[in-house]
Each structure stands twice: as structure tokens, then as C-alpha cells.
Design a protein around this ligand. Structure first.
Ligand code: UT7
Length: 329
């Protein structure tokens, strides 16, 4: 970068990783039937759009999925681990209570020395992480950041609760975000409302050498659905206004991949044709903080999202948290 040049951040590479074990809805139905829990491919597809999800094998952790995704993103950006000067991992399923999954990843990647930390904003974690990395790059605190969403939600699912266990999957997505004279990230809009902590949570914790409370995911699906559909529209409009752009400028909308009905509802409210909506929920399920970067990488690899396209990323989930990032790719 030239001295005194304007300083922005721009995505220079994307990558992702799904654990190889793929379970279709039929596989899930058979697995649950063995426990006396009834579900069906028809119900899951009709209510959510999900057809399959990936589960990590025992012993494979969020940092392992993140490592694959990070390596792919670095390769796409033409960067090496030594070039990275900031690592942010968004996850709600960390390898350990501490240290952070970002530090564990840093050691596996061989990028020691740079700051590394986790962001906990559940399914909004990636847009939170990207916003933090953008701010640090524009402030001059970093110039080549790895921002990753990595989750092993299969570890916190209650397979006796059909209303939640069929919805989630494991995976990781990553971007390399670099300092640039050209924007890149145009605007962000982040929010949280802690009054809704109880509608989507994993309430257990570790205390005195034991798990206290229930360590499995709980969700009031209808409450989340209603909130999500409202805040995704609000955040989309807010981030466009901040950037001085309009819905007509959008080439692609990449919302959190939880439910096809929420995604299509958001696109319709924004009067976006559905072919501008990137959808991976049918193949990935809901991978929480990994869902947006996984969908972004799929869209880049398939040739849909191209250099110069205007893309909106949106997250929503536990907390309650939500937000959007608008960028020129
Ligand atoms: O990642 C954070 C963001 N999360 C989300 O955005 C999730 C938001 N919520 C949703 O996507 C939807 O609310 C769900 C997919 C979770 C549920 O869809 P719904 O249309 O709201 O269904 P429902 O909860 O109203 O349940 C309808 C029926 C119930 O039966 P009755 O009471 O009508 O007899 C459920 O017991 O569907 C039943 N049901 C199932 N049936 C077969 C619930 N889960 C299942 C299942 N298989 N897996």
C-alpha cells in the first residue's frame, strides 16, 4: 500500500471444509427411529429445505475443520501461514473451555506470534468476526487476517429432540481479509438483544469438575423464526443505507443458512429475485458460525460470486444476535 493511501479491507481468498461423513434426512430418520424418535425426509425438507448435513468423527474438533478451511483460503489468496497477522475464529463449539480455538488453530497452522482469539456470537459469529477484522485492518493493527467460522454442533445436539437435532451440521469456512486501497468491506451493522437468551441456548457449564446444567442445545424454533425474519430485513436495509447503496445494487445475498423459508422470506422483503440468493442449507444444514463463510466459498467456487460483485452477508442466532456486512468482492 502507498503511504497515506486510503486503507480498507478486502477478501482476497475463501476456503471451506466439510467433514466427510454425510448424513441424509433418511439416514437421520433411521438413526432417530432406533431411539424411538419419529421424523421424516418430507417433514425436514418441507419445513427447512435441509436434505443432508455433515458430522465430524469422534476426536475431530472445530480447530481441525478450521485448519482445512484456513489452508484453502490461504491458498486461494496466494498467502502463506507466515503472512497472517490476525486470527479470529467464530465458534460456539470450541475445542476446550480455554485456550481459544483460534490459538489451537494458530499452532496447527504454524502462524505463531500474531493475535488470535475466538468470537462467541453463535450463528452471527462470522459477521461479528469479519467486522472486527475489518476495523483492526482499517486501524492499521493488522494487514492480513484469517477470519473463520468453525463448528461441531453435532456434539451439543439432543438426539431425543427431533425439533432441533435434524437441523444442524458441522463444518468450517474461512476468508483471508487483507488491507487494500480499494474497498472491500463497505459497511457493517451488528446487534444483540440479551433479553432473548433463553430461546436458543446450550445452558450447561463446567463447574467444580462437573457439567452443571444441560449441555445440549435448546431452541424455541417458532420464537427464533419470528425474530429472525424481522431483524434480517432491518439489518439488510441498515447496512445498505450506511454504505449509500440500495437493494438494486446487490448481486448476491448470503444469509445465515438455517431455514430456506427464512432466507426466501428475507429476499422477498428486499424485492430480490430468488436467483440472487445463495443457498447451501439443503446440503449443509445449519452450521451456525460456519454457515455464511461455507456458503460464500461454495458461491465463489461455483463461479457465481465474482470479483467486483456486491455481496451482502447476514447472520442471526443465539444471544439473540444479528448483523450484516456489505462488501464488494
Ligand atoms: O441458527 C439460528 C437460527 N435458527 C433458526 O433460524 C431456526 C428458526 N426456526 C425454524 O426454522 C422452524 O421454527 C423449525 C424448522 C425449527 C420448526 O418449523 P415449524 O414450522 O415452526 O414447526 P413447529 O415447531 O411449529 O412444529 C410443527 C409440527 C409439530 O407437531 P404438532 O405439534 O403440530 O403435532 C412438531 O412436533 O412438527 C413437529 N415436528 C416434527 N415432525 C417431524 C417438529 N420437528 C419435527 C421433526 N420431524 N424433526
Amino acid at each position: 500500500m502507498k503511504p497515506n493511501a486510503p486503507r480498507y479491507s478486502r477478501i482476497t481468498g475463501t476456503g471451506s471444509w466439510l467433514p466427510p461423513r454425510r448424513l441424509t434426512n433418511h439416514d437421520m430418520a433411521a438413526m432417530l427411529a432406533a431411539r424411538g424418535v419419529e421424523t421424516s425426509d418430507e417433514w425436514i425438507v418441507e419445513r427447512t429445505g435441509i436434505r443432508a448435513r455433515h458430522f465430524a468423527d469422534d476426536g475431530v474438533n472445530a480447530s481441525d475443520l478450521a485448519l482445512h478451511a484456513a489452508r484453502h483460503a490461504l491458498e486461494a489468496a496466494g498467502r502463506r501461514a507466515e503472512d497472517v497477522d490476525l486470527i479470529i475464529v467464530a465458534t460456539s463449539t470450541p475445542d476446550m473451555v480455554f485456550p481459544s480455538t483460534a490459538c489451537i488453530l494458530q499452532a496447527k497452522l504454524g502462524a505463531s506470534g500474531c493475535p488470535a482469539f475466538d468470537v462467541q456470537a453463535v450463528c452471527s459469529g462470522f459477521v461479528y468476526g469479519l467486522t472486527i477484522a475489518d476495523a483492526m485492518i482499517r486501524a492499521g493493527s493488522a494487514s492480513c487476517a484469517l477470519v473463520i467460522g468453525a463448528e461441531v454442533f453435532s456434539r451439543i445436539l439432543d438426539f431425543d429432540d427431533r425439533t432441533t437435532c435434524v437441523l444442524f451440521g458441522d463444518g468450517a469456512g474461512a476468508v483471508v481479509l487483507e488491507a487494500s486501497e480499494e474497498p472491500g468491506i463497505l459497511a457493517s451493522d451488528l446487534h444483540a438483544d440479551g433479553r432473548h437468551v433463553g430461546i436458543l441456548c446450550t445452558p450447561g457449564t463446567v463447574s467444580g469438575g462437573q457439567v452443571l446444567g444441560d449441555p445440549l442445545l435448546k431452541m424455541d424454533g417458532q420464537a427464533v423464526f419470528k425474530l429472525a425474519i424481522g431483524v434480517l430485513e432491518q439489518s439488510a436495509r441498515a447496512v445498505l443505507e450506511k454504505a449509500g447503496r440500495s437493494e438494486a445494487d446487490l448481486d448476491w445475498l448470503i444469509p445465515h443458512q438455517a431455514n430456506i423459508r427464512i432466507m426466501q422470506g428475507t429476499a422477498k422483503k428486499l424485492k430480490l429475485p430468488l436467483d440472487k440468493l445463495i443457498v447451501t442449507v439443503h446440503e449443509h444444514g445449519n452450521t451456525s458460525a460456519a454457515s455464511v463463510p461455507l456458503a460464500l466459498d461454495a458461491a465463489v467456487k461455483s463461479g457465481r460470486v465474482k470479483r467486483g460483485d456486491t455481496v451482502m452477508l447476514e447472520g442471526v442466532g443465539g444471544g439473540f444476535t444479528w448483523g450484516a456486512v456489505l462488501l464488494d468482492f
